[in-house]
Design a protein around this ligand. Sequence first.
Ligand SMILES: C[S@@+](CC[C@H](N)C(=O)[O-])C[C@H]1O[C@@H](n2cnc3c(N)ncnc32)[C@H](O)[C@@H]1O
Length: 369
Amino acid sequence: MKAVELFCGIGGFRLACDELGIETVFANDIEEKASQVYRDKFSDNGFYQGDIAEFIGKIPDHDLLTGGFPCQPFSSAGKKLGIEDARGTLFEKIVEIINLKKPKYFVLENVKRLLSMDKGAHFATILNSLSDLGYLVEWRVLNAINFGLPQSRERVIIIGHLHTLPQSYLCSEEDLRELSTKQLENAATYDDWVDISLHTKSFSNWGMAYKGKFFHKKIVNFSEKQPYVMLYEVLDEQPDDAFYFNEDTLERIKNSDEVNRFYNGVEILYNQKGGARMGYSIFGTNGVAPTLTCTTSRHYERYKVHNGFRRLTNVEYARIQGFPDNHCDTATVYKQYPLYGNAVPPPMVKWAINKTINETPVLLQSLHI
Ligand SMILES: C[S@@+](CC[C@H](N)C(=O)[O-])C[C@H]1O[C@@H](n2cnc3c(N)ncnc32)[C@H](O)[C@@H]1O
């Protein structure tokens, strides 16, 4: 099986594909540092640095297309409902490539907010464009915390099967038991699906779409979750002194209000006075990390580790995202944070890819498309 990795960054999808024995035949990113890491850890072969628009002609045939595409709002989303609405965006490039190469499967990743932006208009555009190409699209919000990673990181995963019914779903049979018999029947009957253009609000955390129609429902249970891993289990053994805070910061920390509670699995010990934002909190290590982003850590994140106060190290960032400790070592410590913060956790997408290409018994057998 051959894969193409768009917007590859430091290769979150690539690591997952390597582990599954799927060969990556093309990868692309525009950013210099990410490209350096990708070339260093994988290979120059099939890797192209630059704007994706310039390399579409170089993309070889493949079975699986992956990509964590940058989230850009569509200026006219929901107006015409189709690829027209996505004109001029990077998502349009994905659609162009899928249309040109017609891979059997795709697995895309984005922020959860995509489901609710502009009352779902953006996601409607995405569903319409992808399902119009002949793919049965399924999406589900996944959280890194369920994949053995000490991080609360919710992302929407969007998968597609070309003109075939999937053999397994992102929602297991057990998870779907949350639906009533009637709802399950609706899910499995294409005629009962709703026109995507009739959507009026945010999309639920799980759903399916095909040829302009969709079905969605909120599913709470995630029966396939792996045992939780907490931050104290992935701490760097001997962090450099540079990661610890200076006297000034310590003085301010002393003036903080004690909180001592968990929020979404994150242990919040203190809130600094004058700033209620999470960014000014001091976290503990008995919980998980809040979502790593490309801007956090260096300035705002403060952790109480044993008796010291410090920020997380680059190695801890790698572990929290599910990468090898030295994955970004071609970049300076400071530059590694945004690279990891932008990445997709490989264990999470490995699970999603495996589901997408898996050959297990069909659940919604009566879904006729
Ligand atoms: C959300 S990140 C994806 C990270 C990746 N999944 C990973 O595991 O590291 C989006 C990526 O798209 C890249 N990008 C943005 N505009 C691009 C363009 N026009 N052509 C190619 N890549 C682009 C960015 O440099 C960034 O690395």
